[in-house]
Each structure stands twice: as C-alpha cells, then as structure tokens.
Design a binder for this molecule. Structure first.
Ligand SMILES: [Fe+2]
Length: 352
C-alpha cells in the first residue's frame, strides 16, 4: 500500500490553517501545520512531500521561508506551493526566484487546491523514484566495483604466489634458501622505496627480485653444487645464469615477469663495466638490476654457504663500501648505508 503523503501547511492566520487542514485531510493526506515559518522550518524534514506556505507572515515571510528550505540539503527538493493573494508579477517572480514551484490564489478554491497539490505530489513521486533508482544504481556499481577489486587482488595474490613457487623450485637444489629470497627482496624494497620510486614500481621490484637467479635451473648440478672452487670453464657456464633467466622470463605479459627478466639479466652487471653477462656500465645497467646487485651481494656476504662461513656484519659492510663506484652504483650504495638500520633489522629478524 502506498504511504500517506505528508504536507506541511504554514499560515499565520489560524482560520486558513483550519481550512487547509480540513480539505487536505479529507483528500487523504497527512497534514502538519504551523502559524510561524521559523517553527515550521524546525518541523520540516525529508519525510515531507509538499509545503503549502502563505507569503505575508510576521517573523519570517514566505520568501525567506522558501529560501531557507532550498538552502538545507535535507529539504531542498521538497516542492513548495505559495498560497497567496499576491497577484503582482514582481512578487510571483520573486517567489520563483527563491525556489517556489507553484501558486494558489486566495481565497482558496477547492478544485484548484486539489489539482495543484496532486500535480506537485506526482512530480515529487517521480523525482523520488529517480533518486531511489540512482541511489540503487550507485550502490550496485559500488558493490560490483568492490567485487571486481577483490577478484583482481586475489588474482594478483595468486600471481605473486606462483612467482614465489617458481623461485622456490629454481632455488631448490641450490644453496640459497627461501630466507635468502625473502631478505634479498626486502633489501631491494627498502632501497627502491628510499630513492622515491612510485609505490607500484617498489612493489614490482619487491615481488620480482626473487627471480634474479631463476636461470640457475639451467646450470648443471655438477657445477651448481660443486663444493670446491669452479674452474674457468665451469665459471663461464655459471656466468650464463643471467642469460638463461632472461630467456625463461622473456616475452611475458605480466609486469612482474617482465621486471623479473630485467633483474635476472642485469643483477651481475657492475657499475664499472666489469660485470656479466653484457659488461654494461653506469646507468646503462637497468636500475632494478643495480638495486638487486646490492641486495644480492650483501645477503651472500652475510649468509652461510657450503664453502664459507657468514662474514661478520662489519666485514660485510666494509666489502660493500669498497664496492662503491666499482661494483655498485655509488648513489644507491649511499642509500643502502642511509637505510642500514632497516637493512640490519631484516638481517637480524631472519632465522638463517
Ligand atoms: Fe645470480
């Protein structure tokens, strides 16, 4: 069943109120009335469907009253019919300009009142329907957007998880542990964030840096797992792991995989051009590779290997410092030392 429409009647003359209340109640409307526009404003809220207001009133006249209704966000869309003896054009224009929607002339004609009221209420219903439709639509769009966002986040999570498993598979035979990958990724993230890269790039480097040694999957076990020193030929084969990694990760459509390819190919390049596989120098080395070189070497120095005990932090830092401008990008190694507290925190919290 349709709800009863609610009308606010404002007139300073009590007999007019009695008259309007009587007619409107008979027509089936719920009527609230007031002899004073200020009091009427306090009563008016979004539950009303229409206002019938006198113009000439003490305290606050009809023009001010309508203007106030239009100023308030809660009431601004409620239609207002001015009940007036005003017949002058100027006054009508003024009423329209402050926001009145229609006029009824005093003395009140029953038919006119009914027709204008019904017409205004019909408009109001249509307007309410549109508003409710818009609000439903808005809620639906918000809902769907949230669902989509959640699905994308899940997809990204699955993607990152796949990368982690891929890296774990590649490192399975090797001396490197899952901890190495986590620490190395964290060091890379700290440096990347500190040089002011945007959040997305920092996240890309963080997620993709564990792929740096993925090419080791193509190195024979006899070399990869050899406990002693590699001979020259073996070392040459070992040095092909960046190229193999780059090939494994080439032509991906994912930003993570593409970043992984860049890092795999460039993490053994050195600032002075003496690195491998391409002997790139300075800024010709992609910056993610320069960042990961620092993270990778520091972690190797401070980690236990079958052929070596971990170096002390002091000794490791000394070696890192010596690599400034030769092995490492001088600016990035400065950033590494600037963020040393954070780096050491990662190292100390690791179970290795
Ligand atoms: Fe490597």
């Amino acid at each position: 069943m349709e709800r009863r429409r609610k009308i606010l009647v404002v007139d300073d003359e009590p007999h007019n109120i009695v008259l309007l209340e009587g007619i409107l109640t008979k027509l089936g409307y719920e009527v609230v009335s007031s002899e004073n526009a200020v009091v009427a404003l306090e009563k008016l809220d979004r539950t009303f469907d229409l206002v019938l207001s006198d113009v000439m009133m003490p305290v606050m006249n009809g023009f001010e009253f309508v203007a106030k209704i239009r100023e308030n966000e809660e009431t601004q869309d409620i239609p207002v019919i001015m009940v007036t003896t005003l017949s002058q054009k100027d006054d009508r224009l003024k009423a329209v300009s402050v926001g009145a929607n229609d006029f009824i002339t005093k003395p009140i004609d029953l038919v006119e009142l009914r027709i204008r009221t019904e017409s205004m209420l019909k408009q109001k219903s249509q307007q309410d329907e549109i508003k409710s439709f818009q609000s439903d639509l808005h809620a639906m769009v918000e809902n769907r957007t949230a669902e989509l966002r959640e699905a994308l986040a899940k997809l990204d999570e699955a993607h990152v998880e796949t990368i982690h498993h891929l890296c774990a598979a590649a490192e399975y035979k090797d001396e490197d542990t899952a901890d190495h990958l986590i620490r190395m990724a964290e060091y890379s993230r700290i440096i990347a964030a500190e040089i002011g890269l945007d959040k997305k790039t920092v996240q890309l480097i963080h997620t993709s840096s564990p792929m740096h040694d993925i090419g080791k999957i193509g190195i024979p076990d006899s070399i990869l797992l050899k406990p002693g020193k590699l001979d020259l030929e073996e070392w040459d084969i070992m040095k092909s792991h960046p190229i193999i990694g780059g090939k494994i990760l080439s032509m991906g459509s994912s930003d993570y995989i593409n970043m992984g390819a860049v890092i795999a190919l460039s993490h053994h390049e050195k600032w002075n051009g003496s690195g491998y596989p391409s002997g790139l120098s300075g800024e010709k080395i992609p910056f993610p590779g320069r960042i990961c070189a620092i993270a990778d070497v520091f972690d190797a120095l401070t980690s236990r290997r079958p052929y070596k005990e971990p170096f002390s932090v002091e000794k490791s830092l000394e070696i890192m410092k010596e690599g400034r401008g030769t092995h490492f990008d001088p600016q990035l190694i400065d950033v590494f030392f600037d963020k040393l507290d954070d780096i050491l925190e990662i190292l100390e919290s690791s179970a290795d």
